[in-house]
Every structure is written in structure tokens, then in C-alpha cells.
Design a protein around this ligand. Sequence first.
Ligand SMILES: O=C[C@H](O)[C@H](O)COP(=O)(O)O
Ligand SMILES: C=C(OP(=O)(O)O)C(=O)O
Length: 363
Amino acid sequence: MNMPPSSETLTSSAALNDTNALNQPATDTAVSQRQEVALPTAAGLRQQLPVSASLARQIAGQREAVRKILRGEGDRTLIVMGPCSIHDEVAALEYGEKLKRLADSVSDRFLIVMRAYLEKPRTTVGWKGLLYDPERTGAGDLNEGLVRSRRLLLNLSQMGLPLATEALSPFAMDYLGDLISWSAIGARTTESQIHRELVSGLPMPVGFKNGTDGGIGVATNAMRSAAHPHHHMGVSDSGAPVMITTQGNPDTHLVMRGGRGITNYDADSIAVAVQALAGANLSTSIMVDCSHDNAQKQAERQIDIAREVMAQRAAGNDHIRGLMLESFLEPGRQDDSDDLIFGCSITDPCLGWSQTEALIRSL
Ligand SMILES: O=C[C@H](O)[C@H](O)COP(=O)(O)O
Ligand SMILES: C=C(OP(=O)(O)O)C(=O)O
């Protein structure tokens, strides 16, 4: 049966026959509804704020130290700890100084890596971190955010601290990744193919968080995907669109953070996860995130969780290789305002410094 052409078909075939229409630039609604502001290229920012040869050697050594722990070598436990997010560089540097002293004093038992989180994934909307909106006005200023983020990472690295971050924008790592020794893919993005492709090309160990529903299947799929080579679209160091080919990242692991209000740091949950990882022929090294759904947004719960997890490790569970803690100078959290408490989180609640120090020494 001959169907009459739809009005859409008529429009497009009319346009195809109209050479003038073909020569007109398309009015693309997706493009016309956004504004663009030029950013520096990744190479340009790295040149403006360079990593010296000795700092690059330090970071290569720190990545290797993290890798060894996650590969099961040695007795040390990796602890990734620091603020939920950094909104104030002065407070972050003060925290970094304290952390460095603490890290040095327990370095026979722990490798402490500072959380230097500059991008926050939001459940819906909210402040997205220093990188996106350094003045926290809501206007966003990525030019300023990139410079301030890189300068802060450089200053913290120069103190001798290994640094951790969450890789959220697939482009941010080109600007900052040379300063990072361990990276997370968050619960909200572990299922994303784009993030798995990104990890496949990253030069540092990466922890995939379990999904926000608490299930580990998404993270184990992520580990399999990220271990694989990929071809994907991206932007070169000099700002051109390119096809990127990655080799696969052999150093990924699972981070257990609970989900949907249910915790998963107990021995049974960890045993189930180890079995699933072993069954999939993946690394059975596990980091327990003592915060997020495991702590049910109550920062102090991290103390008991960290102790309980370290007790499992002391009892012989060698699969547990790392802990994550959210900690800052002051305990708790605050809503953003013009009258902020110095060193207190404006995102998730954190342990204060004295609680943090006491906890690490007790472990
Ligand atoms: O770690 C921080 C938060 O849990 C995460 O960014 C989500 O925050 P939100 O639910 O407040 O948006
Ligand atoms: C957002 C974070 O964690 P998750 O992805 O587990 O919610 C975080 O560690 O800051």
C-alpha cells in the first residue's frame, strides 16, 4: 500500500531538493541553547603551572606505592582521607600540613593519600566544586577554577603528599591528572561507559565505587571494561578533537560505600564481594569507604566502621587493602553562607582534625 509521505518527510525531501537550503548553516537548537567560553588547553595550563622533574618522580613513586598495596604487596594499609570537597584553599593547605605530619608518623603502617576533591557529583543540583565554581556564586568560572585547582594540587604535592581525586569530567584529568596518585570513579558514574573509557587510559590506580543502590555488579563490570583497550572521542592536549586509543588499566579495584541506606563494610558483605571479584577474575583488593551510605551521613560513625574494618584485616582478611575517610579541620558540615566556619565541609559531614588524628593513631 502506498502511504502518503509524512509532513516531516515532505519537509526533508523538499530541503534536499533545495540547493539553497543545503548551503545554509543548520539552526541547531542544541547548539543555540548554550553559550561557550574558551578554556586554556590542557597543555597550556600544564605549561603555566608545571610539574618539576623531581615532583614528577615523587608522584610516579607515590603511584607505585599505592599500586603495590592494592596488588597485595606488603603489610601497609592505604588510607584515602580528607575533606568531602575543597571550597577554601587556605583551609585545604592547613589540613594538608597536619595530614603530612600525621602520615609521616604512621608511614610504617599506613600509606595516607589526601582527598583533594575538586569536582562533586550531585544527586540533582548543587555546588559542583572548586573546579567549576571557585567563588560559589552559581555563575561558574571554569577558567579560574582550573587555575586555582591546579595551583592547589601543586602546593599540596610539593608538601610531599600523594593526592586523590574523583575523576568526574572526562576532560579534567588532562588538566590535573599528572598530580594525582589515586583516583575514584564515583557511585553515580561507575556505570558510565565514558568513565570506564577514561579509566582505561589513566596512568594511576583507580577505585570504582559500588553503585548508589549498594550493588557491586556495576563496579565489577566497570573494572572489566576499564581493563580493556578502548577507542573513544576526546580532545587532544592542544585542544583538537581526536580519537583516543587506550591500553586498559590493570590497576582498578572495588570501593565499598554502601547504598540506599544499607551498609556493606561487614565481613559477610566483603566476603560476597571478594567471591564475585574472584569469580570474574578481577583484583580482589577492596577499599572500604567508611563514609557515604556506610556512615549514613553521620561522620562520627566512620570511627567505628574504620575500627571494625581494620579488625577484620587484623583477623586475617588480606583482601581489605584500603580505607576511605572524610575528614577536615572542623567536624560536621555547614550550609554555604557568607559567614562560614573555617575548615568545615560545605558538602558531606566530615570528622574534625582531633577526631581524625585520634582515630588514625588508634588504628
Ligand atoms: O560526596 C558527596 C555527596 O554525597 C555527593 O556529591 C552527592 O551529594 P548530593 O546528594 O548532596 O548532591
Ligand atoms: C561523591 C563521593 O562518593 P560516592 O560516589 O560514593 O557518593 C565522594 O567520595 O565524594
